[in-house]
Design a protein around this ligand. Structure first.
Ligand SMILES: NC(=O)CC[C@H](N)C(=O)O
Length: 383
């Protein structure tokens, strides 16, 4: 698993900024939205998170690949990133769980990457100028020619991508132990760990394709509805927002993560907008406004819900389904990180978070949200 001499490669951003390095993973050419991820660990989970579909991921941590690739940590059946940018790949893999090197895995899955890039300089550039399209090539040597193709590649705004990553067929993740609840989960790009976190709590999870209808959802006789994370612009998720509205009208308990939070916001009548450069990493501080407690959390989002008032305090808003409140905020920048919907009696009806309580990779501070979902379904059953 030692590195061999690699072909030169080129990274060009849509504003013309150019980095030179060596080909890493597969040789070839690729395009996507350049975004930076700040996790020091968890590259396998990042690469296989379907929410990164069509994105070129830049790792700010300088050493990547140290623990190689194992068969336990992937969050889906394949690598989804459109391209991969690293500083200094591990020359030697060191982990008892490793089956192969990251370089080999990227090459085997045809993922074009570049190494030897000053990823901190690149990250600062994206932080100042915003996420933008990029191209990586080990074929092209002329940055201007590559930039032409970058400018012709699709934008992330307006991209409808959940259907491209969703399961084609419904499947069931059985409850671990006794089945206490049944949940219909719309797969908009679901990570493996999410149904597992529910199964651990006695939930039988029926994972349904992204294009499922309200009838498909109700057909599994669910105690609750779940909407997953996923790639693309939430503005394109009108069909899923309509399914969710139907569920809310029937008082079906709801929990959403990331894209699911954005769809919930849209179902309630809020807009969504593109952040300058997004939140991607595993140490983002979030405050749960319902308890006042802060938690350290995993993030991967480039869009967010637009509340009707700017910044704190976020005033509650009356919607046709109940009173909507901001439940969580990011302590770095006050971005809305969670929503709750309450009935006339103030009781919780539905909720969602913009970040990743399934914690793959990342800290487990937010695991209580899965318990909150269980409590919500329990309470609904007692009514
Ligand atoms: N992880 C996610 O679900 C991401 C949601 C959405 N695609 C975003 O970038 O904001």
């Amino acid at each position: 698993m030692t590195m061999t001499t690699r072909a030169p490669a080129l990274l060009v951003l849509e504003d013309g900024r150019t980095f030179r390095g060596e080909s890493y993973g597969a040789e070839g050419e690729t395009f996507g939205e350049a975004v930076f991820a700040t996790g020091m660990t968890g590259y396998q989970e990042t690469l296989t998170d379907p929410s990164y579909h069509r994105q070129v991921v830049v790792q700010t941590a300088p050493h990547i690949g140290n623990t190689g690739v194992n068969d336990e940590d992937p969050e889906s059946g394949r690598i989804w990133v459109a391209g991969y940018v690293v500083r200094d790949p591990a020359r030697r893999v060191s982990s008892w769980r490793a089956r192969r090197s990251l370089d080999e895995e990227l090459a085997a899955q045809g993922v074009v990457g570049i190494s030897g890039v000053d990823t901190r300089a690149l990250t600062r550039h994206l932080r100042e100028r915003g996420a933008m399209r990029a191209g990586i090539s080990s074929i092209e040597t002329d940055p201007d020619a590559l930039r032409e193709r970058v400018l012709a590649s699709p934008q992330m705004s307006g991209a409808e991508l959940a259907g491209e990553v969703s399961t084609q067929e419904a499947y069931v993740v059985p409850a671990a132990g006794e089945r206490r609840f049944t949940v219909a989960a719309l797969d908009l790009g679901i990570k493996t760990m999410t149904p597992r976190r529910m199964a651990e709590r006695g939930i039988e999870v029926h994972v349904l394709p992204a294009w499922s209808t309200l009838e498909d959802v109700l057909a599994v006789r669910p105690d609750g509805l779940f909407l997953s994370n996923g790639p693309g612009d939430p503005e394109t998720a009108e069909a899923q927002a309509a399914v969710l509205r139907g569920a809310l009208e029937r008082d079906l308990p709801f929990f959403g993560i990331c894209f699911g939070n954005q769809v919930f916001g849209r179902a309630l009548g809020f807009g969504t907008y593109k952040l300058g450069y997004g939140h991607r990493g595993i140490n983002q501080p979030v405050q749960d406004l319902t308890t006042g407690k802060a938690e350290v959390t995993a993030h991967n989002h480039g869009f967010a819900v637009k509340w009707s008032t700017d910044g704190r305090p976020y005033a509650p808003v009356e919607t046709p389904y109940g009173t909507a409140e901001v439940s969580h905020v990011c302590l770095n920048d006050d971005v809305v990180e969670g929503l709750v919907l309450r009935g006339g009696d103030g009781a919780l009806k539905a909720f969602s978070v913009q970040y990743h309580p399934e914690a793959a990779a990342g800290p487990h501070d937010a695991a209580y949200l899965f318990d909150r979902f269980v409590e919500l379904m329990e309470r609904r059953r007692e009514e």
